[in-house]
Ligand binder design. Structure first.
Ligand SMILES: Nc1ncnc2c1ncn2[C@@H]1O[C@H](COP(=O)(O)OP(=O)(O)O)[C@@H](O)[C@H]1O
Ligand SMILES: CCCC(=O)OP(=O)(O)O
Length: 357
């Protein structure tokens, strides 16, 4: 009998759910959440019921029997920095996520949702390659303020899954390639992969890198500090300006790039300017990511939901095509990567790692 594996991927603008038999997808669904819907929730934890209802709706009518599940696997959220791998969900992990101990992001809900369903089903729950996978080079951690150390927070699950699949497709080992990967989703991360490690990547959550559908990206620090002081904002309100209420949401009130393209095509000059500015910041981050390998980049890979836009990928190629060939692999392999991570543990090919406090 094949293993039935349920995969849950909460992102900032979507919840993706999939059912797998071993590593073959049987069903999947991508549920988009508008900026308006997300804005109703003060904190990430408040979205739990809302996202759970969407998952139950997916179950309904699909004839899925919870007791048949061999594992439930969720996207891993903001935890302690850790090596890549599959981790069993445990109480320490849940406690860190429920209390947003290392920050707040939709991915924190992945393990919590997976754990709830796994308990009902009587099967194990896992996370795979959480957003805090940390392979940064020592030199990449240092900033000009000794009390501020850079953190690795990015789309580790998709970046790793996409590059491994791409390397295989060209008969090369991932470890032998120098790659720049731009994951273009609700948040945007641009990573430099060399010798199989992401030695440089923008922290996609805390105000680094390009701006994105719902992130501010890098902003002038002194001006940002001035806003916080003038408007007397506390930490959660300040964090929301950077992630959730930043980027396209702040400028245009939507997190949907398709909507921005529609508006621009209909003659909305502001939508066009802001969209072009976002593309420009992505291109600058990609060029900067060539530095760790001294410009010796084999390929640049564009992935994530926004990479479906031909308008955006064509403009990016114009900006950064001088660095290396640009490969467009739109969407993400996150559900597949979650299923594969759980399958390796279920079959004994790999032992589940343990998350400690
Ligand atoms: N065909 C498309 N053209 C342009 N943008 C798209 C397209 N499909 C999805 N997107 C955009 O991709 C973004 C969501 O990407 P996704 O990787 O699913 O995000 P997340 O997982 O962070 O929620 C949204 O801004 C959405 O509008
Ligand atoms: C927190 C880093 C990962 C990220 O930004 O994911 P989304 O694009 O799903 O918000």
């Amino acid at each position: 009998m094949p293993y039935k594996i349920l995969t849950i991927n909460p992102g900032s603008t979507s919840t993706k759910i999939g059912l797998y038999e071993d590593t073959t997808e049987i069903l999947s669904q991508n549920i988009n959440h508008s900026a308006e819907d997300i804005a109703k929730f003060a904190v990430i934890g408040d979205q739990l019921e809302y996202r759970l209802e969407k998952i139950h709706a997916f179950f309904t009518g699909q004839n899925i029997n919870a007791s048949d599940l061999a594992a439930v696997v969720g996207r891993g959220g903001l935890l302690k920095p850790m090596p890549s791998g599959t981790y069993e969900i445990n109480e320490v992990m849940l406690d860190d996520l429920k209390n947003n101990r290392y920050g707040a992001h939709a991915s924190n809900l992945g393990a919590i949702l997976a754990d709830g369903i796994a308990r009902q089903s009587g099967c194990p729950g896992y996370i795979v390659d959480p957003v805090v996978v940390d392979e940064l080079a020592p030199v990449a951690r240092i900033t000009g303020r000794p009390e501020i150390t850079r953190r690795s927070i990015f789309h580790a699950l998709n970046q790793k899954a996409v590059v491994k699949r791409f390397a295989k497709s060209i008969n090369r080992d991932y470890d032998s390639l120098n790659l720049i990967v731009a994951h273009l989703g609700g948040g945007i991360s641009v990573g430099c992969h060399t010798f199989g490690e992401v030695v440089e990547v923008n922290n996609a959550l805390d105000g680094e890198g390009p701006f994105s559908p719902e992130r501010a990206g890098t902003v002038p620090a002194a001006q940002f500090a001035e806003i916080l002081i003038t408007e007397k904002l506390d930490y959660p309100a300040a964090a929301k300006l950077l992630a959730g209420k930043g980027g396209l949401v702040a400028h245009l009130g939507t997190n949907d790039v398709r909507e921005v393209e529609r508006r621009a095509a209909a003659g909305d000059n502001q939508a066009e300017l802001v969209y072009q500015a976002m593309i420009y910041t992505i291109a600058k981050s990609i060029a900067a990511a060539a530095v760790p390998v001294c410009g010796k980049v084999d390929y640049i890979i564009l992935t994530g939901g926004i990479a479906y836009s031909q308008q955006l990928t064509a403009k990016l190629k114009e900006y950064i095509g001088f660095i290396a060939p640009v490969i467009v692999l739109p969407g993400e392999n996150e559900l597949q990567a979650l299923a594969e991570g759980a399958y390796r543990v279920l079959t004994g090919e790999e032992a589940a790692k343990v998350y400690n406090s």
